[in-house]
Design a protein around this ligand. Structure first.
Ligand code: GSH
Length: 206
């Protein structure tokens, strides 16, 4: 088995993997698998990802799922500026990736569900209250991220790395849900720098 296959469709967490693949200018095949049409539960796909979710990749003999782990793998394998340069940077890339999954993703998903996916005429009342509670819970992690970015352009210093990509890919949901970042200037500026990258824009259009 050779060549990189990315399983998924762009308007899902697959976008995270496509963003990384574009940053690294990788040659890949996008195998369209969508949760919307039962694609993730076919026996063929469950053999690739038993979680019945996207994304997943096959790269030679390596099969992987979990979007941010896939990105850490691709960055390490292909090197360059996006990859951690030493053990300390490697640790920080893991730290920020685990952090964003544990502290931001669930709350951002609650916001997406209640402010974007729900039909517009059902977004007030309980839905609005649930969304506001999730937004309030984001204050502490946003302050942590803002403090980390106070004296640097990117999470590991002066270059964009897999740590930024993984955190910004999750934080892009906050933009979609119109979370007010005005109290977090460093975060807003950094997110703008990350989501302004050509490789991200191309991944969204894939
Ligand atoms: N933690 C996983 C989550 C993957 C995930 O839940 N993907 C969604 C699409 S964004 C999915 O395929 N859900 C299956 C479904 O809705 O049936 C990751 O980051 O890769």
């Amino acid at each position: 088995m050779s060549g990189l296959k990315i399983f998924g469709v762009a308007p899902t967490r697959t976008m995270r993997t496509l963003w990384m693949a574009n940053e690294l200018a990788l040659d890949y095949e996008l195998v369209p698998v969508s949760p919307r049409d039962g694609g993730t539960t076919s026996p063929e796909y469950l053999a690739v990802n038993p979680n019945a979710s996207v994304p997943a990749i096959q790269d030679g003999d390596t099969t992987l799922w979990e979007s941010l782990a896939i990105n850490l793998y691709l960055a390490k394998k292909h090197g360059g500026d996006l990859a951690p340069r030493d053990d300390g940077e490697h640790g920080l890339a893991l730290q920020w990736s685990f952090w964003v999954m544990g502290n931001v993703e669930g709350r951002a998903m609650t916001l997406l569900r209640n402010r974007v996916f729900l039909p517009e005429d059902q977004r007030d009342g309980a839905a609005a209250a649930t969304a506001s509670a999730a937004e309030a819970e984001l204050a502490a992690p946003l302050a942590v991220l803002g403090a980390a970015l106070a004296d640097r352009d990117y999470l590991l210093g002066d270059r964009f790395t897999v740590a930024d990509l993984n955190v910004a890919a999750v934080m892009s949901w906050l933009k979609m849900t119109k979370v007010d970042l005005s109290a977090y200037g460093h975060v807003a500026d950094w997110l703008g720098r990350c989501l302004g990258r050509k490789a991200y824009v191309a991944a969204r259009a894939a």
